[in-house]
Design a protein. Structure first.
Length: 211
């Protein structure tokens, strides 16, 4: 049986594992009608700083409802979180081989105000794909989607709080800014791979896909 589609949640500067799924399958369906989940990659990413793994979280506006659909989830701009994220990213990667090459293309995500988390994340994913010349074929759910027999469902498995053994994903080591201090740190944000591997990022993602 051929699996030609993958169901994914939205994610903020997603981890490498997430991006291998975008590269692996002919079609990606992004779920718009799941409930927002705290402490997931939907609004956080992990980078490697001089002090170790650093989580960066996009603040979310509190809702009057107990549950909020991800498509309706709004970003809270009360605090200057974008400036803090940019400072952290620049501090972590300003000595990486390709930081200077890519940072200007990413600046709009730290300068513009975005209302909805889903739209914000989508533009980030599309920009990263554009920069590494990776083709995307993204569609969107029109209600909460039950996976078909031709789809893999990764909406709740690629998660910072869960250990998930994926036989189709094998993390390959690459040189990181703080490798000498911490050794290799796997499955960080795509930013880590982008700034360290640059134009080789798309090919590297393919190498991490186990057949």
């Amino acid at each position: 049986m051929t699996i030609d589609s993958v169901l994914m949640s939205t994610a903020y500067f997603p981890p490498i594992h997430y991006f291998t799924k975008l590269a692996q399958f002919p079609q990606t369906v992004l779920e718009r009608y799941e409930n927002y989940e705290k402490q997931s990659y939907r609004n956080r990413c992990h980078i490697l700083s001089a002090n170790g793994i650093l989580p960066l979280s996009v603040p979310i506006k509190k809702s009057s409802q107990p549950k909020t659909l991800i498509i309706d989830t709004k970003i809270d701009d009360t605090e200057n979180w974008q400036i803090l994220h940019l400072r952290a990213i620049n501090s972590a990667y300003n000595s990486s081989p390709f930081h200077e090459y890519y940072i200007d293309a990413l600046m709009p995500f730290f300068e513009r105000k975005f209302v909805f988390l889903f739209d914000f994340n989508l533009q980030i994913i599309e920009k990263i794909a554009e920069e590494i010349e990776m083709k995307l074929n993204i569609e969107f759910s029109h209600s909460y989607k039950n996976p078909t027999q031709h789809e893999f469902d990764f909406r709740n498995t690629i998660h910072p709080k869960k250990i998930f053994e994926d036989i189709h994903f094998q993390m390959i080591e690459y040189t990181q800014v703080f490798s000498e201090k911490f050794g290799f740190t796997p499955n960080l944000s795509i930013l880590d791979l982008l700034f360290n591997e640059g134009p080789n990022t798309a090919d590297f993602l393919k190498k991490c896909i186990s057949k």
